[in-house]
Design a protein around this ligand. Structure first.
Ligand code: NAD
Length: 307
C-alpha cells in the first residue's frame, strides 16, 4: 500500500518515521520549505526516547507524483481545506483519506473533496513535538482508534489497521470512533484553551477550585452537544479521566499553550471549543463557556498578529 502523509510536522514525522522503519512505502508531503530542505539535506533528527537521524522521502505539496492508496492527513485544522486542494492530484477514486487531526467536524470539510466511501476518521493519543526544521522529539507510546465513515470501508480499514500495527502504532478499528474523537476533543477543550489563556501548566490550572469549576462547565457543554448529536458520553467517567490525566500530565503545557504562547501560531480553537459553540448554536443549546474561551483565544491571536 503506497501511503502519503500529508502534513509532515511533529505527528506526520512520527508516523512517517515509524512506517518507513517498518519497511513500508511512505512519502511525506509538506508546505514548509525550510523543514523539507532540512530533511532532504540532513535527514530527520529524532531525540527523546532514542537519538537517531533517519532518511525520509519528503516532498512539497504541489510536486507531481503517482496517486496513493492511502493519504494520512496531519496538518493543523485551519490548514485542512487548502491542503486537500493542493494535494488533489495525489488522489484518485480509490484513494482512502484518513484524518487524524484533533478537533471536531473535519469529516464535513473532507467530504467536499473526497467521496464519503473513501474517508476514514480517527483519533490518536500518540504525541510528538517539532523542535525546528527537520527536528522532532518523540517520547512515550500511544494508540489510534479509527473507523471508515461508510460501512463499505471496513475491509480496507482492517488492512490499514494491520499496516499501522506493523509499524508499532497500536491501531484499533473502532466502530464507536466518534465517542473517542469527542472524548479527546473534551480533553483538548478543557486543558488547552484554559492553560493557554492563564499561562498555567495542567497541574497549576486543575489544582485550583476555580479551574476545576471551569473544567466541569466546559466538559458539560461538550457532553450536552455530543448527546444532541447522538454520541452518548458518560459525564462522571470523563471527569474522572480528565482528573487522572491532569495528574499524569501535571507539569506539561498543552499544545495550544505551545502554539499561542511559546510559538505565537494560530491555534485550533475554532475546531475544539469553537466547534462546540457553533454546533450548540445550531441545536439551540447554550454553550457560554466554550463561546467565551473561543473569543478570548481569538483576542490573543489578534494581539500576536496571527488572526
Ligand atoms: P505541526 O504544527 O507540528 O505541523 C502541522 C503543519 O504545520 C505541518 O505541515 C508543519 O510543517 C507546519 N509547520 C509547523 N511549524 C511550522 C513553522 N514554524 N512554519 C511553517 N510551517 C510549520 O502539527 P502536529 O503537532 O503534527 O499536529 C497535526 C495534527 O495532529 C493537529 O490537528 C494536532 O492537533 C493533532 N495532534 C497532535 C499531537 C501532537 O502531540 N503533536 C497529538 C495528537 C494529535
Amino acid at each position: 500500500m503506497l501511503t502519503y502523509i500529508v502534513g509532515a510536522g511533529a505527528m506526520g514525522c512520527r508516523f512517517g518515521y515509524q512506517m518507513a522503519e517498518a519497511g513500508q512505502k511512505v512519502v511525506l508531503f509538506d508546505g514548509w520549505q525550510d523543514h523539507i530542505q532540512a530533511i532532504k539535506e540532513k535527514g530527520l533528527i529524532i531525540t527523546g526516547d532514542q537519538d537517531k537521524t533517519v532518511a525520509l522521502d519528503i516532498r512539497p505539496f504541489g510536486q507531481d507524483a503517482s496517486v496513493c492508496d492511502l493519504m494520512i492527513l496531519f496538518v493543523k485544522a485551519h490548514q485542512l481545506e487548502t491542503t486537500l486542494q493542493e494535494t488533489a492530484h495525489l488522489r484518485d477514486q480509490h484513494t482512502k483519506v484518513f484524518c487524524l487531526l484533533n478537533g471536531l467536524g473535519h469529516e464535513e470539510v473532507i467530504k467536499r473533496y473526497v467521496d464519503p466511501h473513501n474517508i476514514m476518521m480517527g483519533v490518536t493519543v500518540w504525541t510528538a513535538v517539532l523542535l525546528g526544521p527537520g527536528q522532532v522529539r518523540l517520547k512515550d507510546s500511544g494508540t489510534i482508534n479509527f473507523c471508515a465513515l461508510d460501512p463499505s470501508g471496513k475491509e480496507v480499514g482492517l488492512e490499514v489497521e494491520a499496516l499501522l500495527n506493523q509499524a508499532g502504532l497500536n491501531a484499533t478499528y473502532d466502530q464507536e470512533v466518534f465517542k473517542a474523537i469527542w472524548t479527546k476533543a473534551c480533553v483538548n477543550g478543557t486543558m488547552n484553551s484554559t492553560c493557554a489563556l492563564t499561562d498555567c501548566t495542567i497541574a497549576e490550572f486543575f489544582s485550583s477550585e476555580e479551574g476545576r469549576l471551569i473544567v466541569r462547565q466546559l466538559m458539560h457543554e461538550f457532553i450536552t452537544v455530543a448527546k444532541a448529536k447522538g454520541i452518548a458520553l458518560d459525564e462522571e467517567k470523563i471527569y474522572q479521566y480528565l482528573m487522572d490525566l491532569s495528574v499524569k500530565l501535571a507539569g506539561h503545557y498543552p499544545s495550544m499553550h505551545q502554539d499561542l504562547v511559546q510559538q505565537k501560531r494560530l491555534t485550533e480553537i475554532d475546531y475544539i471549543n469553537g466547534a462546540v459553540a457553533r454546533m450548540g448554536a445550531d441545536l439551540g443549546i447554550d454553550t457560554p463557556y466554550c463561546k467565551m474561551v473561543t473569543e478570548f483565544i481569538h483576542v490573543k491571536e489578534r494581539q500576536i498578529g496571527v488572526r
